[in-house]
Design a binder for this molecule. Structure first.
Ligand code: DUC
Ligand code: ZN
Ligand code: ZN
Length: 471
């Protein structure tokens, strides 16, 4: 006799972005097909008594196996990165296919598919990074790629090999407006950073802490304001990524109050780290917390928590950019302790993103529904993956994470599943932990233990058009 369900999750305390209800969850062929009381027996059953059933997280900003200049290499590829993701309760990732200057976008996308296929264990979509918006890219490649399921692209206002001029930013935004794509903006003023960096190094300042001095909040604030102005001029929604603190938040709220379609993302490092974590005059350990924009101060941490609660941010992502510390291809390029401006930017965070935010739920910083909205529903909607991803509903993929809201875990790198030799959150205790993780109905993590599913089981998701949110 065939059963109705491949799997039934019994006694689930289901939380979505808007509801909380008790039921059994019936899964067939990887999808949720029933939510109800006393469902018929499934081929397999999981008892979720005492656990919360949340939609699998969608991490809409992470870097995996992204090609880098000679001598540098990311520590995580699609296998180790997505293994870490699922162990942390994230079942969908959206990393970046980055165009090098002179390269076609299609070549970047093809190369990135080769890196992901046969390696990912979680499902994945791609954002593009547009670094060379030639007429060919603007008029042909971008529209074709948007139609093919790459509906979001990141642009940079800093970094010599990536940054666009103001004119180029306007041109890219205009393509997004005409083809209904979403532009993600890295907002830091390049010339301010270059000027400060030269001054600091001329004065003999090289320690990691000067990374934060060279990229002050005002440089982020100015670029954030400029990006907002461009979005208003072109009349296109944009999303400001990795917002670090109160100066940029003020600009974003100002724009949102004016009715502009400005979305924003923040990340765990801006809740838990400050510039102090980049160390003092001596020592190099602060390189472990070098990321851009840099972490700020405790006032900014408070402003970020507060803005999460108030709805200023739509998305909470990791910005996982994995470089090992004791690694000549990582934080010590060529095996050297280098001057701050040569330390690769980025920190790991795919596996710890959700538990660090969940800890805030337990401390009354935000509601459980808001947690789901920020970590699953909104990223799925904004990046065209909803309703397949981002919620627990009939017809959605059975990407479900069973959380123990009371479990206390002290984060230790030795217990994480990425391929990075440190975590910036070593020894931090969080309250609430993802115990079981299912992707399309397949149990990948059980009681915190990675079950070694088939490497490469993760599927590419062609993204639909962004679904904008009511701000
Ligand atoms: N921007 C990112 O989005 N990630 C890592 C470093 C950076 O500058
Ligand atoms: Zn960035
Ligand atoms: Zn990033």
């Amino acid at each position: 006799m065939t059963t109705l369900y491949d799997l039934v999750i019994r006694n689930a305390d289901v939380v979505t972005a808007s509801e909380r209800f008790a039921c059994d969850i019936g899964v067939k062929d990887g999808s949720i097909v029933a939510l109800g009381r006393d469902l018929a027996a499934g081929d397999r059953e999981i008892d979720a008594t005492g656990l919360l059933a949340l939609p699998g997280g969608v991490d809409a900003h992470c870097h995996l196996d992204q090609p880098l200049p000679d001598g540098l290499k990311m520590a995580d590829d699609f296998f180790t990165g997505t293994r870490a993701a699922v162990c942390g309760g994230t079942t969908t990732v959206i990393p970046f296919a980055a165009q090098e200057k002179g390269q076609s976008l299609q070549a970047a996308v093809d190369d990135y598919h080769r890196r992901a296929e046969g390696r990912a264990v979680a499902d994945y979509a791609f954002h593009l990074i547009v670094s060379d918006p030639t007429p060919e890219v603007l008029e042909r490649e971008l529209p074709e790629l948007i139609a093919a399921g790459y509906t979001s692209f990141k642009i940079y206002m800093t970094y010599d090999d990536l940054k666009l001029s103001d004119r180029e930013i306007l041109e890219v935004m205009d393509v997004a407006r005409r083809h209904r794509a979403l532009v993600m903006v890295h907002a830091e003023n390049s010339d301010c950073i270059a000027w400060l960096t030269d001054k600091l190094t001329d004065e003999g300042h090289h320690a990691p802490k000067y990374h934060a001095v060279s990229r002050p909040a005002v440089a982020e604030r100015e670029a954030t304001h400029r990006a907002i102005a461009f979005s208003e001029l072109v009349d296109v929604p944009i999303l400001i990524v990795h917002v670090s603190g109160k100066d940029a938040i003020e600009q974003i709220e100002w724009a949102q109050r004016r009715g502009l379609n400005i979305y924003a993302e923040t990340c765990p490092q801006y809740l838990y780290l400050t510039a102090e974590d980049l160390g003092g005059e001596d020592g190099y350990h602060g390189a472990k917390c070098v990321c851009s924009p840099p972490p700020r101060d405790t006032d900014s941490q408070k402003a970020v928590w507060n803005a999460l609660k108030r709805g200023v941010f739509s998305v909470f992502s990791s910005d996982h950019a994995p470089f090992s510390y004791d690694d000549p291809q990582g934080k010590k390029p060529g095996g050297e302790e280098v001057s701050f401006e040569h330390i690769p930017n980025g920190i790991p965070g795919l596996e710890t993103r959700l538990s660090l935010l969940f800890d805030g739920v337990n401390r009354g910083k935000l509601s459980l529904n808001k947690f789901v909205e920020l970590t699953a529903l909104n990223p799925a909607k904004l990046y065209g993956l909803y309703p397949r991803k981002g919620t627990i509903a009939i017809g959605a993929d059975a990407d479900i994470v069973l959380w123990d809201p009371e479990r206390q875990v002290t984060i230790r790198n030795a217990a994480l599943h990425h391929n990075v030799d440190y975590t910036p959150y070593e020894n931090r205790t969080v309250h609430g932990w993802p115990m079981h993780c299912l992707s399309r109905g397949e149990l990948l993590v059980e009681n915190g233990r990675y079950l070694e599913p088939k490497v490469g089981r993760g599927r590419f998701l062609a993204a639909g058009k962004p679904q904008l949110l009511d701000l």
